[in-house]
Design a protein around this ligand. Structure first.
Ligand SMILES: Nc1ncnc2c1ncn2[C@@H]1O[C@H](COP(=O)(O)OP(=O)(O)OP(=O)(O)O)[C@@H](O)[C@H]1O
Ligand SMILES: [Mg+2]
Length: 324
C-alpha cells in the first residue's frame, strides 16, 4: 500500500480538493483506495457526499483506539473507502495528550490493512499539530499542494523542516514526493516565477539527506477552475460533476503521474483555451451573483474559489521565501 499525506499547514490551498479527486481518479483506474479525513472540519467527508453529523467519526475512534481501522471504513464509491471525520476529532488532540506513543497510533492502526489496499491518501488539517504528526508518522510520501504566489511560500520552509524532523526522529521512510501547484493561473507571470524559485530551491537540496532531497514540482499543475469550487457542495468528485473541464483533466493527469511516474500526454495549455475558460468562469460567477440577488433564499454554493491572485509590480525575488 502506498501511503500519501496531502499536507500544507496553510489553509485553503487545495488539499481536500486534491485528495478527493486523485483518490477518485486512482479508484477509477482500478486501484483500491482509502481516503482518510484527518481534519476536524470534515471537508473530505462532506466532499465525498457523506454527512459528518450523522456519520460515526471514524478517524476519531481510530485515533482514540476505540475502534479498528478497517471496521470504520465507509464504502463511498467503487474501489474507494473513506475514514470519515467530524468536529469530534478536535477532542482527540487533548484526549491523547498523556498517551505514550500518541504520534504513532494511526501508523499502528494501519498495519493490518497494509495488504488490502493499494493507496491510502490522507487529507490533513491546516496545522502541524498531533493529528498531522500522526499522518506524517504513518505515510511514506508527502504531497504538498501550494498556491503559487509569494506569500504562499512563506510557510514552506517550516513545513519542510517539520517533515524532515519527523523523518529523522519517527519515520525514516518519510519523503516529500512532490509539490503540486494548485489554482494556477498561467496568464500571470508570477506563478511561473514562483515555480522557478521552488525548483531552484529543490535543486539546491539534491544529494543531501533531507526529506525533500528528491522532491519535484509535479509536471502537471491544477488550473483555477470554477467547477472544482462547485463540486463539493454537491458531494461529488470533479469526474462526477463535470468530467469535461480543466479540473477533471488536470486531476486525472496528476493521478496518472502519481501512479505511473509519468504522463502519457503533456498538459496542453493554449492561452485561447484559458481565455475561453476565463470567460465562462466570469459568466458563471455573474449569473450566480444575479441569481443570488434575485432569490436570496436559494441555497448558496458554500465553497467559493479563493481570491483572484494579483501580481505585484515587482516580484521580490531577493527575499528568501524559504527562511523560517
Ligand atoms: N483549482 C481550483 N480552482 C478553483 N477553486 C478551487 C480549486 N481548488 C480548490 N478550489 C476551491 O478552493 C477552496 C479551498 O480548497 P480546499 O478546501 O481543497 O483547500 P484546503 O487546503 O483543503 O483547505 P483547508 O486548509 O481549509 O482544509 C474550496 O472552496 C475549493 O472548492
Ligand atoms: Mg481541507
Amino acid at each position: 500500500m502506498r501511503k500519501i499525506a496531502v499536507l500544507n499547514q496553510k489553509g485553503g490551498v487545495g488539499k481536500t480538493t486534491t485528495v478527493v479527486n486523485i483518490a477518485a481518479a486512482l479508484a477509477a483506474m482500478g486501484q483500491r483506495v482509502v481516503a482518510v479525513d484527518l481534519d476536524p472540519q470534515g471537508h473530505l467527508t462532506i466532499h465525498l457526499g457523506v454527512d459528518p453529523e450523522t456519520t460515526e467519526a471514524g478517524s476519531y475512534k481510530v485515533l482514540t483506539q476505540s475502534a479498528k481501522f478497517e471496521d470504520e471504513l465507509v464504502g463511498v464509491r467503487d474501489n474507494l473507502w473513506l475514514l470519515a471525520a467530524n468536529i469530534n476529532l478536535v477532542g482527540a488532540e487533548t484526549e491523547l495528550v498523556s498517551v505514550v506513543g500518541r504520534e504513532t497510533i494511526l501508523r499502528e492502526a494501519l498495519a493490518e490493512a497494509e495488504e488490502k489496499f493499494d493507496y491510502l491518501i490522507i487529507d490533513c488539517a491546516p496545522s502541524l499539530g498531533l493529528l498531522t504528526l500522526n499522518a506524517l508518522a504513518a505515510v511514506d510520501q508527502v504531497l504538498i499542494p501550494l498556491q503559487p504566489h509569494f506569500l504562499a511560500l512563506q510557510g514552506l520552509g517550516k513545513l519542510l523542516q517539520t517533515i524532515d524532523l519527523v523523518n529523522k526522529r519517527i519515520n525514516p521512510e518519510l519523503k516529500v514526493d512532490g509539490i503540486l501547484l494548485c489554482m494556477f493561473d498561467s496568464r500571470a507571470s508570477l506563478p511561473n516565477e514562483v515555480k522557478a524559485d521552488i525548483e531552484q530551491f529543490l535543486e539546491g537540496s539534491r544529494g543531501t539527506n533531507c526529506a525533500w532531497a528528491q522532491a519535484q514540482v509535479l509536471p502537471v499543475h491544477i488550473r483555477r477552475n470554477i467547477k472544482l469550487a462547485e463540486a463539493p457542495s454537491y458531494g461529488k468528485t470533479i469526474f462526477e460533476y463535470e468530467r469535461n473541464c480543466h479540473g477533471a483533466e488536470d486531476y486525472a493527469k496528476v493521478a496518472e503521474f502519481l501512479h505511473n511516474g509519468a504522463i502519457a500526454t503533456k498538459q496542453v495549455e493554449s492561452d485561447e483555451v484559458i481565455c475561453e475558460e476565463a470567460a465562462v468562469e466570469e459568466t458563471i460567477e455573474a449569473a450566480s451573483q444575479s441569481e443570488q440577488a434575485a432569490s436570496p433564499s436559494e441555497p448558496v454554493v458554500s465553497e467559493q474559489p479563493q481570491e483572484q491572485i494579483t501580481q505585484p509590480q515587482d516580484y521580490p525575488g531577493s527575499i528568501n521565501p524559504f527562511k523560517t
